[in-house]
Design a protein around this ligand. Structure first.
Ligand SMILES: Nc1ncnc2c1ncn2[C@@H]1O[C@H](COP(=O)(O)OP(=O)(O)OP(=O)(O)O)[C@@H](O)[C@H]1O
Ligand SMILES: [Mg+2]
Length: 274
């Protein structure tokens, strides 16, 4: 029996950060497959049409599924910005197209959306539909600066970044559209396996900032080779375990990290509900 979230329509989870290369696409794929493995119906949407990593990952997965027919697959969509002569016409057309896509995906339990590491109109739209926004950052003060401008380790001395301002604006858009709210989650990705002074300091500042900026801090993901080597097959750590039956300690730890993310999202895993 599926463990639905007590809501009537699809739960929309958006991965976003205007900083490139922080792990949005990688974590979007892993969360989508994790939910599929739990038996949920999942739609995946790539708003980063220029780079198309999410789409390419899912295409590779579809090809691999020809060899392994049991491989769970999402229903995947790519969103392209409309190209009209006028920007306002393009934005209007894209907005309407996006609204129709959201409407048509309401039969799914979850909609997972990956956005580009830059500012774009489709990315803003996607943010405005989020029930949950997950922002991965790398373990670096440069990444933190793209979230919130801090001038020292004094969390009182801060200014919101353009990204934080964009999120606040999309929170307003969301509230106006349907009175809904966006649960903003920040997590550190590619954590070094040895604890460092830099990492501890970063976490301390993130905890202090979370209330003021309006996000929740979730447990992060460690730097693991396994996250990098599966793209061509479209597989994830979860499939790799099932297909090869070979489980390494790194696999188990990575699966645990994914389970923590599901917990943060209030999703009960099958193994827990049994
Ligand atoms: N936990 C991790 N451990 C090791 N490598 C990782 C991890 N997460 C992501 N990576 C690697 O980091 C790089 C960037 O990841 P990804 O493409 O998912 O980021 P992104 O935020 O989607 O980037 P962009 O903004 O360009 O779309 C990739 O090479 C990916 O394989
Ligand atoms: Mg990406």
């Amino acid at each position: 029996m599926l463990q639905k979230l007590g809501v009537m329509s699809a739960k929309i989870i958006v991965f976003g950060n205007q900083k490139g290369g922080t792990g949005k696409s990688t974590l979007a794929v892993h969360l989508a497959v994790s939910l599929l493995t739990q038996g949920f119906k999942v739609a995946t949407i790539d708003v980063d049409s220029r780079q198309g990593t999410f789409t390419r990952y899912m295409e590779n997965r579809r090809t691999t599924s020809l060899e392994y027919p049991g491989l769970p697959l999402s229903t995947h969509f790519s969103v392209f910005e409309d190209q009209n002569d006028s920007i306002s016409e393009s934005e209007k057309a894209t907005k309407e197209k996006f609204a129709r896509l959201m409407e048509s995906c309401q039969e799914f339990d979850f909609i997972i959306i990956d956005t580009p590491g830059n500012d774009s109109h489709p990315s803003k739209l996607a943010h405005s539909y989020a029930d949950v926004l997950i922002t991965p950052i790398n373990e670096s003060f440069i990444d933190l600066d793209l979230l919130v401008k801090i001038h020292s380790s004094d969390p009182n001395n801060l200014k919101p970044s353009t990204y934080a301002e964009m999120v606040w604006n999309q929170k307003k858009e969301r509230a106006i559209r349907d009175k809904g709210s966006i649960d903003w989650i920040v997590l550190v990705n590619r954590l070094s396996s040895v604890s460092s002074k830099n990492g501890d300091e970063l976490e301390k500042i993130l905890v202090a900032l979370s209330k003021r900026v309006g996000f929740r801090l979730a447990r992060g993901f460690k730097e693991r080779v396994i996250f990098k080597e599966l793209f061509l097959s479209g597989l994830t750590i979860l499939d790799k375990e099932q297909l090869s039956g070979h489980v390494t300690l790194s696999h188990i730890a990575a699966r645990q990290e994914l389970n923590y993310l599901l917990k943060t999202l209030n999703i009960t895993t099958k193994t827990e509900s049994n």
